[in-house]
Design a protein around this ligand. Structure first.
Ligand code: ADP
Length: 391
């Protein structure tokens, strides 16, 4: 892969295989049909999807709904730099996948009226990969480094110097006879994006003069985004159809746009009369039920985990590996694919004794919580989100 090729599709996303329970069933039998990397509610986009997404990306800050604070701060930083006629501070964007980091990086370049070079941490495995990108940058150019936390350590060290002093040391030769030849670079701006800002070494984090953290979107912002996307796709959309999709989108524009495309497919194939070629609440409900996305955005795996917790383990707490066996998945898949959303939405809690279902989970499955579950795991218990602990 060339160092300047974005590498989105190569993320390790845990295991596949196994199969969760069918809705309404109390058995959790693996059927080998579930592919955690192909979920319609997966916040990571693959290579093909990125092309479709390009058409839906806002091009200017004014056209970018949501993330008000980051947007206003960035606006200030960019406007001031434009007035001074110098490149702005380096920008670090952090937050979960699908929230708009790449979109904002492209916006930074277009607001500055500069070209952008796109690469990613996994594509930079040697300092030489980075040196060749850096040495070909033009003055003022924006360098977008996606997944910057996955860059190789020697390249990171080269990047510190380049960001601070606009200089790289090119090493000629090997061993004791090696010499470093300093190469001056024209001023440029790095926009780094990361889903794991905690993994960035402090010296690298300190080189960014501006850091923006993106949060999940609320339903109102997703409604705005979906209306805009529907317009770009040439679709008529009812307010309640759009709202129906927004509520199932897990706070993530990438998922919202993907669900919108599935609803469009339904409207084009099955829509008749008032539903023809139009996003309606009925069309959204029917299409998304077909893709196993329920009214809170949970998919089959999410529901299988909750079903197992409530029906098989009476609400828990139960150890992660036991829970994973019950749904026929790898522990990693349950922990990284289903759990973050279930915990965030208060369906599941992580306790010192294992995973437990909240009262909300019981209700969501249409089950009566046992009397001793009432309030016991009421979604407000301390969450151990250190990520490493397993019970
Ligand atoms: P990330 O880089 O954080 O994974 P992207 O910037 O690639 O996310 O965004 C994924 C998709 O969601 C793109 O199609 C993009 O247009 C859309 N999107 C993200 N944020 C917004 C937003 N605030 N407004 C409109 N669309 C957005």
């Amino acid at each position: 892969m060339s160092p300047s090729t974005p590498a989105r599709g190569d993320r390790g996303k845990g295991a596949e295989g196994g199969g969760p329970v069918a809705e309404g069933s109390d058995e959790c039998v693996p059927d080998g049909s579930f592919d955690a990397t192909a979920r319609v509610v997966d916040a990571d986009g693959d290579g093909d999807e990125r092309q479709v997404e390009a058409a839906l990306r806002p091009k200017r800050l004014d056209d970018f709904p949501g993330q008000d604070r980051v947007r206003e701060q960035l606006d200030l930083v960019l406007t001031a730099a434009r007035r001074r006629g110098t490149p702005p501070d380096h920008v670090l964007l952090s937050g979960p996948p699908g929230l708009g980091k790449t979109t904002l990086a492209l916006i930074v370049a277009s607001e500055l009226g500069q070209p952008i070079r796109v690469t990613s941490g996994p594509a930079i495995q040697h300092a030489g990969d980075l040196a060749s990108v850096l040495s070909s940058l033009a003055e003022g150019e924006v360098l977008f480094l996606d997944e910057i936390h996955r860059m190789a350590r020697p390249a990171e060290e080269m990047l510190y110097l380049a960001m601070e002093d606009f200089r790289v040391d090119v090493i000629i030769g090997k061993g004791p006879g090696a010499t470093a030849i300093p190469l001056e670079l024209p001023p440029f701006t790095v926009v780094g994006a990361t889903t794991r800002s905690g993994l960035l070494p402090a010296p690298l984090r300190d080189r960014f003069g501006f850091t923006g953290h993106l949060d999940f979107y609320d339903a109102a912002d997703l409604v705005t985004i979906l209306h805009r996307s529907a317009g770009l796709l040439g679709l008529d959309a009812d307010e309640d159809g759009i709202t129906e999709i927004a509520l199932r989108s897990r706070g993530t524009p990438r998922i919202a746009n993907r669900l919108l495309r599935r609803v469009r497919d339904w409207a084009q194939v099955h829509g008749r009369g008032a539903h023809a070629d139009r996003v309606t609440a009925h069309g959204a409900r029917t299409a998304l039920a077909l893709f196993d996305v329920d009214e809170r955005g949970l998919d089959r795996l999410d529901r299988a985990v909750l079903q197992a917790l409530c029906r098989r383990f009476n609400g828990g707490p139960v150890g992660l590996s036991t829970l994973a066996v019950a749904v026929g998945e790898e522990a990693d898949t349950v922990e990284t694919v289903a759990e973050p959303f279930l915990v965030r939405e208060g369906f599941m809690v992580r306790t010192p004794r294992g995973r437990a279902a909240s009262v909300l989970a019981w209700r969501h499955l249409g089950l009566a919580p046992p009397p001793d579950a009432q309030g016991m795991w009421s979604a407000t218990l301390p969450i151990d989100d250190a990520g490493g602990a397993r019970f």
